[in-house]
Ligand binder design. Sequence first.
Ligand SMILES: Nc1ncnc2c1ncn2[C@@H]1O[C@H](COP(=O)(O)OP(=O)(O)OP(=O)(O)O)[C@@H](O)[C@H]1O
Ligand SMILES: [Mg+2]
Length: 357
Amino acid sequence: MENVLVQLKNINKLFGGNKVIDDVNLEMKKGDFVTFLGPSGCGKTTLLRMVAGFYEPDYGEIIINGRNVEKLPPYKRNTPMVFQEYALFPHMTVFDNVAYGLTIQKENKKVIKERVEKALELMQLAHLQDRYPNQMSGGQQQRVAIARALVMNPEVLLLDEPLSNLDAKLREQVRVELRLIQKKLELTMIYVTHDQQEALAMSDMIVVINKGVIHQCGSPADIYFRPKTKFVADFIGTTNFVEGSVKNKEGSEVQIDYVGNVLNVISDEPIKAGEKAIISIRPESIKISKEVKVGTSINLRGKIKHSMFLGEKVRYLVVDEYNKEWIVDSFDSGREILDGEVMLNIDKDKPHLIYEK
Ligand SMILES: Nc1ncnc2c1ncn2[C@@H]1O[C@H](COP(=O)(O)OP(=O)(O)OP(=O)(O)O)[C@@H](O)[C@H]1O
Ligand SMILES: [Mg+2]
């Protein structure tokens, strides 16, 4: 990969005999917004803390901009971290909180004032600079914590779930702001979240982690449409799994047998005829209608068990003729909500084959 700024090589970390990070290998590009995504307890914070220098790996190398840093203390790495609990100094004003790192470095007063003011302005906090943390909302405090890291002109900025205390609307707004600042300053950022929407919305690259193991690294579209493991498919959004067997394979055209029906799938995985196959099909990739459609795609007969009006879409639970339950999203929610017998129609470029080694 070109322009690699951060490299993790065979990183392992144990806590009391438990392997919490299991042989992680990863390359992150300069100027990228990289997200560590995974369920609670999967090791996201631990991995981020190792990049920041708060934990030392038991085994492995961390290389930032060509130099090994795994033995360097945090303050020598220029990788400030915004913590899950934003940890502001309660007895200091917003200005002094943001200025803290530069003051410790004994920067000159004029430079400190300029840089702090710029960081406060970027995070839209200029009007709050004389307040104390307990005089601000959780969201404002989170912004101060980000400004405090930004002011250091970090080589890599590390953020551990920095928006977790904001309500949904504000979180979306700060997400956009943060991404715009990151692009404008061409910052390299590693961002930790367990919120898949957030990861999809913000990242250049998503690293999906489960139980200390990386399941997949890729662009949001890769992770969403081409999940490599069942865990990834299930963790990112909602999906339908179909288990079948490979009937035929010609080039990348794979035919999967699903109880006598043929599901056409496009895949370059080295799967062979006769092998078991797991297919993931997203709810929005299935068309639901009252008519039988003709064509190469699959048509399944089903019955609506339940429907939910969710505003922009209607989500249906449909039981097919083989008693399998499907989740189907229809974005045509201005129309009537369907009921009773329906047909499910799946185009052949929509199903995704999961081939776990
Ligand atoms: N200092 C520690 N001592 C012992 N075990 C720890 C320590 N820190 C973390 N762990 C354990 O390591 C595992 C990974 O923890 P980590 O904090 O990295 O998870 P996480 O992915 O950040 O989770 P969350 O989304 O809840 O913040 C957990 O099982 C946790 O209990
Ligand atoms: Mg954490």
